[in-house]
Design a protein around this ligand. Structure first.
Ligand SMILES: *Cc1c(COP(=O)(O)O)cnc(C)c1O
Length: 357
């Protein structure tokens, strides 16, 4: 089979090295003679994987003292609920930048006075609202740093007078982050750091313990911090892939190198979208994501949409169909996507232009 260029939005493309190492571990985990899928998680070999995974997170993102990294059950959607239960006492403000931000807000509304401080819903979330002041009378301010569906991104770490909580599902490890500015950073692994089935959360320890409600054991962040993410059986296979993916990031030169590559890939693709008369980008230029690149057929060429998708598929492009709420195309160019993949897509767009412009 010919090599595919994978632009899936999530589950995402992962480094081949991580996949190969996982195949080996499924056959024989750490020289134990037992498959990774059948080991006990109460062994020193598995403890070593968990310890190393936490250490890699801390090293790669330069996480300061006073923070802990945990891997929570239930996906990023469950983490919306973790946030509300563990941080919301009375009031919380959310930046409404897309569907995921709205879903996060919805969970919080059940537990207190949670509201959208600013929203870009008026233009189908094609930009990041800028005209707002973070209030000081809220328990926390919640943002979604990268809007996977709309291709917009908050690329700077905001200064916030209240605890700042960020869903970084789709841009974690794509660039360096000043973790000290956040009370909690969380996300599902399957956009940039692993397969579906596990999540991450980076938690500032002294930001917890400020709510008075009873929190069910499995939804209490303390449980997972105290038990080193092994209160119950951890998702051994996804966590192993995450471990190998983090190793790969480190071997490539860390998150600064990821950022350099991601910016180069994004600039290459956006330049073609802006040049090619057949296509037009959907996100406001200053807010364009370096992870999810959204574009549509230019006015006058709308009827060619399905033809371009079929053309791209013939040229080994996978996962380019845009989300139904934006339409058109979305190329997710996560860490493991290469400049060669992006250049192949650009070549494909140029060939299509020759046929139709
Ligand atoms: C995909 C995604 C989610 C939801 O992730 P699940 O693990 O499927 O619950 C939440 N937030 C963002 C930004 C996402 O991209």
């Amino acid at each position: 089979m010919s090599k595919k260029h994978v632009f899936n939005a999530g589950p995402c493309i992962l480094p081949q090295e991580a996949l190969d190492a996982t195949v080996d571990a499924i056959k024989d985990f750490a020289g134990t003679g037992v498959s990774l899928l059948c080991i006990s998680h109460r062994t020193k070999e598995w403890d070593a994987v968990m310890d190393e995974t936490r250490a890699l997170w801390k090293e790669l993102l330069n996480i300061p003292e006073g923070y802990e990294v945990v891997f929570l059950p239930g996906g990023a959607s469950m983490e919306f609920l973790f946030v509300a239960l563990n941080y919301l006492e009375k009031k919380a403000a959310y930046l409404e930048t897309g569907v995921w931000a709205k879903k996060a807000l919805k969970e919080a509304k059940a537990y207190g006075e949670a509201y959208a401080l600013a929203s870009s819903a008026d233009k189908n979330f094609s930009y990041i609202p800028k005209d707002f002041t973070i209030p000081t009378d809220v328990d926390y301010f919640h943002i979604t740093t990268n809007n996977t569906i709309y291709g917009t991104e908050i690329k700077k770490d905001l200064d916030s007078p209240v605890p700042l909580i960020a869903d970084m599902s789709s841009d974690i490890m794509s660039r360096p982050v000043d973790v000290s500015k956040y009370a909690m950073i969380y996300g599902g692994a399957q956009k940039n750091v692993g397969p579906a089935g596990c999540t991450f959360a980076i938690i500032k320890l002294d930001s917890l313990g400020k709510v008075s409600r009873y929190i069910p054991t499995m939804l209490d962040l303390h449980t997972h911090i105290d038990k080193l993410s092994m209160f119950n059986t951890p998702a051994v296979l996804p966590l192993y892939v995450m471990n190998r993916t983090l190793h790969w990031i480190k071997d490539q030169g860390g998150v600064a190198e990821m950022q350099r590559r991601n910016e180069k890939k994004a600039a290459t693709l956006y330049a073609e979208i802006d040049r090619n008369p057949l296509f037009v980008g959907t996100a406001a230029k200053e807010d364009r994501s370096i992870m999810n690149v959204c574009f549509v057929m230019a006015p006058g060429y709308e009827a060619l949409q399905d033809e371009f998708l079929a053309f791209a598929k013939e040229h080994d492009m996978v996962g380019l169909k845009g989300h139904r709420s934006v339409g058109g195309f979305r190329a997710s160019i996560y860490n493991a996507c290469t400049l060669e993949d992006v250049e192949a897509l650009v070549a494909c767009m140029q060939e299509f232009e020759k046929l139709h412009a």
